[in-house]
Design a protein around this ligand. Structure first.
Ligand code: 0L1
Ligand code: MG
Length: 262
């Protein structure tokens, strides 16, 4: 690690304040060009500790930048991993207060809910599917704290991979009953289809993203506990939303989930 603990805590406070006060900032590597990957995840961990200290509960994890469309859109070449707290959860059909966000975008995702712990190294699609209770459609709302979504991978990891809100809904189905590679998704904004894709857009199979997450956590001596919800990553490019927009995600065999921005 290159950063002192004091700098890690200060950067975590800065990024979390930007999140809670809905204001943007320049990317942190501008001021700390030598920070390394361990520093980036340490800042993310410090943000998690701040939330837990205020009573939030970790409910799961997210894999981000897992499709070529997203990597191309953001100019990076590797996925990133973050945590989800209960504060981010929005009920299906619910409303999101746009004034609490900076510049939200939505992503169509497949969420996995685990029934057994998953601990890397060595996790693969098979171990993930065996440990999955069910999959369910999910809309992730990302809201990078970085001005104009301009960042590099270390800055984005420190910022908990732009995590902001998520909505799950539709049908729950055991993953063995589906071919998650060929499952089709349609994302609608105000009744108009705006993005389409199939599950294979996420690293060839959405369960690959969950396996990568488990292996990354294993490297740090951690695991995905049973009962976790995991967002496996956007199947299409992220779509910008504004006050007044209604978003619906339709997933083949899994029904639909919706949310409004007020
Ligand atoms: O969930 C995602 O794929 C987003 C990861 C962070 C990058 C971004 O803000 O677009
Ligand atoms: Mg996402």
């Amino acid at each position: 690690m290159k950063l002192a603990q004091e700098a890690i805590e200060r950067l975590a406070e800065h990024l979390e304040r930007c999140e809670l006060e809905a204001r943007d900032t320049t990317k942190i590597t501008d001021d700390y060009p030598d920070m390394d990957w361990e520093d980036a995840y340490a800042i993310q961990e410090a943000i998690k500790r701040r939330k837990l200290a205020r009573g939030a509960r970790v409910v799961g994890f997210k894999a981000g930048l897992t499709s070529h469309a997203k990597m191309r859109q953001m100019g990076v070449s590797t996925p990133c991993f973050g945590f989800l707290v209960d504060d981010y959860a929005v009920p299906e059909g619910g409303e999101i207060d746009t004034s609490a966000l900076i510049h939200p975008k939505v992503e169509p995702e497949i969420a996995f809910v685990t029934k057994a712990p998953l601990k890397g190294p060595g996790c693969h699609i098979g171990t993930v599917l065996a440990a999955t209770d069910f999959v369910i459609p999910a809309i992730e709302v990302i809201d990078s704290r970085y001005r104009d979504f301009k960042f590099d991978l270390k800055s984005v990891i420190a910022d908990n991979c732009s995590s902001s809100r998520f909505v799950v809904g539709g049908r729950i189905v055991p993953p063995q009953e589906l071919d998650l590679r060929t499952i089709g998704v349609v994302l609608e904004k105000n009744g108009e289809p705006v993005a389409f894709g199939a599950g294979a857009a996420v690293l060839g199979h959405p369960a690959s993203a969950v396996a990568m997450l488990a292996n990354e956590l294993g490297r740090r001596g951690e695991e995905i506990p049973a009962g976790s919800l995991i967002l496996s990553g956007g199947i299409t490019e992220a779509v910008s939303v504004q006050k007044g927009d209604a978003i619906t995600l339709r997933v083949q065999h899994l029904g639909s989930v919706g949310v409004r921005f007020r």
